[in-house]
Design a protein around this ligand. Structure first.
Ligand code: SF4
Ligand code: SF4
Length: 77
């Protein structure tokens, strides 16, 4: 499985939950935290499960998620 990592911009998040719905790996969850606009924001509950598929970022209407993928080591030669 590829490894991924996401970063959520807390102040952009509106707590809509779309990213949760689109993550098949169950990485994300609602946190107990609220941002300055008063939205209940998302946190990366299970970071080790992230495969970097970027479905969450594509689903986010507020462009609050950045996705990074671990580079694969070069094979042989
Ligand atoms: S990149 Fe894919 S696996 Fe990682 S949190 Fe987003 S939807 Fe889930
Ligand atoms: S889809 Fe975007 S705005 Fe909605 S809860 Fe997820 S990170 Fe926040």
């Amino acid at each position: 499985m590829p490894k991924g990592k996401i970063v959520i911009d807390k102040e952009r998040c509106k707590g809509c939950g779309l990213c949760l719905a689109f993550c098949a790996q169950d990485v994300l969850a609602y946190s107990t935290e609220y941002n300055q606009s008063g939205y209940n924001i998302i946190w990366v509950k299970e970071p080790e499960r992230c495969i970097g598929c970027a479905f969450c970022a594509q689903a986010c209407p507020d462009i609050a998620i950045e996705v990074y993928r671990e580079k694969k080591p070069k094979q042989g030669k």
